[in-house]
Design a protein around this ligand. Structure first.
Ligand code: PPS
Length: 570
């Protein structure tokens, strides 16, 4: 079957109402119940309102959701591979019913859109994970978000857009699908091949995009994702400064850089089809899919979630019907004898192939090591070095976790003094009791309150790491998913050293310095960790210390050695 390619896209469902209607909605919305959009929902709403998610006209109702999970289509048969749902808390869902109008607001309270509710339901999230991601292993960022971060009830319904979420950065690189289609038309670009990326681009990417444009006889759109990407990715500000250096290396008039406000799910094959659908909405005719497209990496047993070419196989099945042609590429590698990049599948025998993996590149960056010219442009590397100073200059967080009385605070105090003695960075101690007094005085010890307490500690610690300082945290932090969230937040800016103070409950109870275990046993203190409340021991902490076997001096020395081994202190 030949592919029906529509230059400048298919039907766009733009959901923003006219200025006059928007004024009317703003007035009416004062009486509507409000939902404060989460970060991911903000990105989804922006994509919906601009028509980037056409043919969706709002958050999916139950029939579309079920068809999407089962058949990768909407209920009317249109291809749609990724569920786009509005997740809300149970108590909020209890206050609305079908037909209700909900004011969707940004974190500052600005009205973004009005949702007319069609469906409200409680999804089986594990079944969703299995259907969409082919796994329930929450080491996968998309599954982690679904199972551990999203709210439990889904609300579907049409959207009437009042205004797009505002962005103050790189405005000149932000285009709606309508704007891009119009630009392509004006420039006479009838064939456009889109390149998606969430990483800085180096010479291999440049060669790949050159070849893709050449082989499809199309103009090139470099459209990096600036919404949510994989935790640990390089921030979009630094990446865009890099793309702006790189774009100068392309022939003028052939290539355009534009930002994509998408929250990725790292869903491999399904995600590739979704990305291609989105590109059609932006007026592209071709879409590049390389190795490991939107790949989440390995599962908790070390096995890849998806095969390297699963995404290409999946889009291959849908491209004709979708009307977007896939430009499939193997990995590009550098051939030393030829001093050029070539597809890994086309290398002649006896040639020397050079490659630097993403992990190796980051290691070199972090350790201030050489990055060869054949790999990247000096301007790009310099830009990244500005963002990622070597580890010995970065901030970091020593996050201790363990039972009450396990010795966290004592070790933390000893460590703080030793780090201050070393000098070079400011050190802040966020002790459990201290935080509860100063930051979380209204909180108790329910799961919800404990999570809130740890999120606050994580927020402050991440800010300290961002500013290049050291934070030592020592809460109980009994829940693994919450600790993981803190790790993700901190890792954006610096090191995260999870330190499991593994002292057993028997030892802690025998010590019972504050007399709390006795009170917990007597039932005077409820929900006491280790006695009447759970503690999920870390599975892969950077360091484990049992204070039964060592003094605070020795324990803090062990942490210092670990920090030195990891490169954070000299
Ligand atoms: S949590 O779960 O991380 O929010 O707990 P955290 O803020 O670290 O707890 C700080 C101290 O509160 C005392 N305490 C309790 N701990 C556990 N369970 C219950 N129900 C409880 N009630 C009070 C306890 O002494 C914790 O101090 P540490 O420093 O860990 O001994």
């Amino acid at each position: 079957m030949s592919i029906l390619i529509q230059p400048h896209g298919g039907v766009l469902k733009e959901l923003l109402v006219s200025d006059k209607e928007a004024e009317g909605l703003k007035a009416k919305a004062r009486d509507y119940i409000s939902w404060d959009l989460t970060e991911r929902q903000m990105w989804d709403v922006e994509m919906l309102l601009t028509g980037a998610f056409s043919p969706l006209e709002g958050f999916m109702g139950k029939a579309d959701y079920e068809a999407c999970l089962k058949d990768m289509r909407l209920a009317n048969g249109a291809i749609w591979t990724m569920p786009i749902t509005l997740d809300v808390k149970e108590d909020f869902a209890g206050k609305i019913s079908a037909g209700a109008s909900v004011a969707l607001r940004d974190p500052e309270g600005v009205l973004i859109a009005v949702l007319t509710v069609s469906d409200i339901w409680t999804p089986d999230k594990k079944a969703e994970a299995q259907a969409v991601f082919n796994s329930t292993d929450d080491i996968h960022p998309g599954i982690n978000y679904l199972l551990n971060r999203s709210n439990n009830v889904y609300v579907g319904g049409r959207l009437a857009g009042v205004e797009l979420p505002s962005h103050y950065d790189f405005k000149y690189l932000r285009n709606t699908p309508r704007e891009l289609r119009d630009k392509f038309k004006k420039l006479g670009w009838t064939k456009v091949v889109a390149f998606q990326t969430r990483n800085p681009m180096h010479r291999a990417h440049q060669e790949l995009t050159f070849r893709a444009a050449k082989s499809s006889e199309a103009n090139l759109l470099i459209q990096p994702v600036v919404g949510m990407t994989k935790p640990g990715d390089i921030d979009h500000y630094s990446r865009i400064r890099c793309y702006e250096h790189l774009i100068k290396q392309y022939p003028e008039q052939t290539t355009m850089l534009s930002l994509l406000p998408l929250a990725m799910r790292m869903g491999g094959p399904r995600e590739a089809v979704w990305h291609a659908t989105i590109r059609k909405n932006y007026g592209c005719t071709h879409f590049i899919v390389g190795r490991h497209h939107a790949d989440p990496g390995n599962d908790s047993k070390g096995k890849p979630f998806y095969g390297p070419y699963d995404a290409q196989d999946m889009l291959g099945k849908f491209q004709d019907e979708l009307g977007v042609k896939m430009v499939a590429f193997p990995e590009m590698v550098y051939v030393q004898e030829k001093a050029e990049y070539q597809p890994s599948t086309e290398i002649e025998k006896g040639m020397t192939v050079l490659n630097i993996s993403g992990t190796e590149f980051r290691r070199r960056l972090m350790e201030g090591l050489d990055i060869p010219d054949w790999f990247s442009y000096t301007e790009v590397v310099d830009e990244l070095r500005r963002t990622y100073p070597p580890k010995k200059k970065q901030g970091f967080v020593v996050f201790m976790t363990g039972l009450s009385g396990s010795g966290k605070s004592t070790v933390a105090n000893a460590l703080m003094v030793k780090l201050m003695e070393l000098g070079g960075r400011k050190v802040t101690l966020l002790d459990g009791d201290m935080v509860r007094k100063n930051l979380s005085s209204e909180l108790g010890f329910s799961k919800e309150h404990r999570d809130l307490n740890i999120q606050r500690i994580g927020f402050v610690a991440a800010e300290i790491a961002k500013a290049g300082g050291i934070a030592i945290c020592c809460p109980i932090a009994p829940y693994a998913a919450t600790r993981r969230k803190v790790r993700e937040d901190v890792s954006r800016w610096g090191g995260f050293i999870e330190t499991f103070i593994s002292t057993s409950v028997e030892t802690c109870e025998a010590r019972d310095r504050k007399g709390l275990y006795a009170k917990a046993r007597a039932g005077i203190i409820k929900e006491f960790t280790g006695i009447s409340d759970p503690y999920e021991a870390p599975q892969n902490p950077e360091i484990t210390i049992d204070t039964k076997d060592c003094s605070p001096d020795e324990a803090s020395q062990m942490i210092l050695l670990k920090l030195e081994q990891m490169g954070y202190i000299k």
